[in-house]
Design a protein around this ligand. Structure first.
Ligand code: SAH
Length: 451
């Protein structure tokens, strides 16, 4: 393919033909592909070229010449300029179709002939997130909270984050003001100076309890007793932590976690059970859709009460405990030790006696099970984006659970894994569930039956 004669900062008119999996408009210049920020299929835009690589490039729309009927214009474009809500300019019903189609594309690429059902969406697709991690910087001499401009680490100051629980947004402003009052400085990434890098806030949807974690570059923050006492003046805040991250890294949290005030955890409820959540534990960010997702996964498992179930990648045990009453026994497997402790506590709190939890990598634990010829009837997997390890797929083929339910947050690795399992399993229909409205993230659940 020949590279067209375009270079950075050129202005160019483009016809947008498609939407990429990242939610960018796709345009062609001859055979060359450009990914265009803030542009929707069917639109004609004036764009500025941001970058030209070997076989593709990036641009951003600066003027919409012909508008898509699906463009939402009531939304402040700060949300498409930053990475917080990159699909917020697209009508919600179209977002749901886009996600369904994306799963279909990934399945087709993997040569899988699987029906993909319409995406299960939300009635109110805004302000759903129960967790925020916002970057903190020094802007015009003041500690400031906001979100990164796309393709950069430049902070765009923000107080309303559109997709977060409004109580969390308010708490971030309140913590920001307390830190300002004590002259705490925001992080300076360029010179590696300043103190607070990130504020993390979690708010339990059903109990209203909040946890605040201040992530600091330096170990010593003067006044942190007073600061945490002031944060605790909001009666909903049950827990305040200081996390030390003194490394030059994009990883948000460091290893050291110091409880400054209140309880080490907060409690929430899901499908009638209570859950204890520690600062490091994974906990689903969309509480309304989590219940729908879990219910769908449990329905797809078609349980009759006699099964031995393994819940792999179990986090704080939410799936295990949601289905425990429908099975003989469930074993959760999870690599983060604190999450396993939470899961064990959660079983006790909910008086569930037929669940246990193992610390370890799923691939290692199930490899041992396969060697020992231990049996299970149903395997639930809910892996991170990279999907299942190859060795795990081998162990599954040895263990031969009668049924599998795969919950995936990445359709590309889901398709890859299903293709590998398709010689041993018949694959059911896929159900995308919109866990992350206004973003390009796609969650999907599917069942597999042993041939
Ligand atoms: N099922 C849980 C958690 C899903 S997120 C829920 O719905 O809340 C994925 C989880 O897998 C995280 O808790 C992460 O810590 C864990 N994890 C990541 N890699 C793992 C591995 N190789 N083996 C076991 N757990 C792993």
């Amino acid at each position: 393919m020949e590279k067209p004669n375009i270079k950075k900062n050129d202005q160019i008119e483009l016809n947008i033909e498609d939407l990429s999996y990242e939610g960018k408009g796709v345009a062609k210049v001859d055979d060359f592909t450009l990914f265009v920020d803030n542009a929707l299929p069917g639109e004609v835009v004036k764009a500025t070229i941001l970058k030209v690589a070997k076989s593709y490039g990036f641009a951003k729309a600066t003027e919409i010449i012909k508008k898509s009927p699906h463009r939402v214009e009531t939304i402040d474009n700060v949300y498409t300029r930053t990475g917080i809500a990159p699909l917020s300019h697209l009508e919600y019903s179209e977002q749901l179709k886009f996600k369904q189609k994306q799963v279909e594309i990934d399945f087709k690429k993997a040569k899988l002939d699987i029906k993909v059902n319409p995406t299960l969406g939300m009635e109110n697709p805004l302000h759903y997130r129960n967790k925020a991690q916002v970057p903190v910087r020094q802007v015009d001499g003041k500690l400031t909270t906001g979100f990164y401009r796309r393709h950069s680490h430049e902070l765009v100051p923000m107080e309303n984050y559109l997709i977060q629980d409004p109580e969390i947004d308010a708490e971030i402003v309140s913590v920001r003001d307390i830190l300002r009052k004590y002259n705490v400085r925001g992080f300076d990434e360029v010179n590696f100076k300043g103190q607070i890098r990130t504020i993390m806030v979690r708010r339990a949807y059903y109990t209203g309890e909040m946890m605040v974690v201040l992530v600091s570059r330096v170990r010593d923050i003067s006044h942190y007793k007073e600061i945490s006492a002031e944060i605790m003046k909001n009666k909903d805040v049950k827990s305040v932590y200081l996390n030390i991250n003194s490394k030059k890294t994009n990883v948000i949290m460091g290893n050291e976690m110091i409880l400054l005030a209140g309880s080490p955890y907060i409690d929430d409820k899901l499908l009638g059970h209570t859950y204890r959540i520690s600062p490091r534990s994974f906990y689903q960010v969309n509480p309304v859709q989590t219940q729908n997702l879990y219910q769908l996964a449990i329905d797809k498992a078609e349980l009759n009460g006699s099964e031995k179930v393994v819940d792999a990648y179990s986090g704080i045990g939410t799936i295990s405990l949601s289905l425990a009453e429908n099975v003989k026994h469930v074993t959760g497997i999870e690599v983060i030790e604190d999450a396993v402790k939470d899961a064990q506590q959660n079983a006790d709190i909910n008086k569930i006696e037929n669940a246990d939890f193992i610390v370890g990598k799923t691939e290692a634990v199930l490899n041992d099970w396969a060697k020992d010829n231990r049996k299970m009837d149903v395997l639930m997997v809910d892996p991170p984006r990279k999907g299942l390890a190859n060795s795990l797929i081998d162990s599954i083929k040895n263990l031969k659970p009668r049924k599998m339910v795969y919950i995936s947050c990445n359709p590309a690795t889901l398709a890859r894994d299903l293709a590998l399992l398709s010689d041993t399993y018949n694959i059911g229909e896929a159900n995308p569930v919109d866990m992350f409205p206004m973003t390009n993230h796609i969650e999907c659940v599917i069942s597999l039956n042993l041939k």
